[in-house]
Design a protein around this ligand. Structure first.
Ligand SMILES: Nc1ncnc2c1ncn2[C@@H]1O[C@H](COP(=O)(O)OP(=O)(O)OP(=O)(O)O)[C@@H](O)[C@H]1O
Length: 231
């Protein structure tokens, strides 16, 4: 799965330090309920330029792991390193700043702001990271068209389907060129042609220097990634 996209050559992810991993997970233990471990001494390294598929049976902890990787949950023990720095004990505000600077999220709830238009939702992270409105707006519209979100961009997110909301979140993430992109079932509700478009876009994003990590139940999508980690 590969093809050229208009946004492929526009911008790039944050400056990379050669040899430093964007994400390095070491011996992470996590439990929601004391004594019931969802992750038990789990370790993995995620390189820039690579797409990793997280797969495995329902309830095995894939989404939980994605929330840990996205610094939205804290491990009970073990470490998570971002760009070689242990972030496990940072304060909440520092973690929020790191998330905004470094991460892109395409999660099932999409996390769109219902009070703002679809276009504003797509551009907000790129604008926060210092890109100009003039440069990001045409690309935002290109992305929405490319991923088949054929609705007026001035409309509010409350008027779109769940699958459209997730693709809007994908457009928002790609537009901001995050160094680490995390996606939970990004192709879950999509037809085969749109699935190919989304997987190609995630692969292109990785080729531009990002670490991309996706949860998927689809063997075809997992096979199109650079590696598969099974939980
Ligand atoms: N907020 C929570 N409180 C307590 N337990 C939880 C919570 N969220 C998830 N769990 C439990 O943690 C385990 C892992 O859940 P998780 O959603 O990470 O699995 P998953 O592999 O992503 O599943 P699926 O493929 O069905 O989405 C499950 O046993 C689940 O019931």
């Amino acid at each position: 799965m590969s093809c050229a996209h208009p946004w492929e050559t526009v911008g790039s992810v944050s400056t990379l330090t050669p040899g430093v991993l964007p994400l390095d997970v070491r011996d992470v233990v996590f439990e929601y309920v004391p004594g019931t471990r969802v992750l038990d001494s789990w370790s993995a390294q995620f390189e820039a330029g690579s797409v990793t598929a997280l797969t495995g049976p329902s309830g095995r902890g894939k989404s939980t792991l994605l929330y840990l990787l996205g610094l939205m949950l804290r491990p009970r023990s073990g470490s998570i390193l971002v760009d070689g720095n242990d972030v496990t004990r940072l304060a909440d505000a520092q973690l929020a700043h790191l998330r905004a600077e470094r991460f892109g999220f395409v999660f099932q709830d999409a996390a769109l702001d219902p009070s703002r238009s679809i276009l504003d939702n797509v551009t907000e992270t790129a604008l926060y990271r210092g890109q100009s409105r003039r440069s990001v707006t045409p690309r935002a519209l290109d992305l929405l068209t490319r991923f088949g979100v054929d609705i007026p961009p001035k409309r509010k997110p409350g008027q779109v389907s769940g699958g459209q909301a997730q693709r809007i979140a994908l457009c928002r993430a790609l537009l901001a060129h995050p160094k680490i992109l995390l996606a939970d079932e990004p192709t879950g509700n999509l037809d085969p042609a749109t699935t190919t478009l989304v997987v190609d876009a995630l692969r292109d994003h990785a080729r531009n220097g990002a670490a991309v990590i996706i949860v998927t139940h689809s063997p075809e999508v997992a096979a199109a990634c650079d590696r598969e980690l099974r939980l």
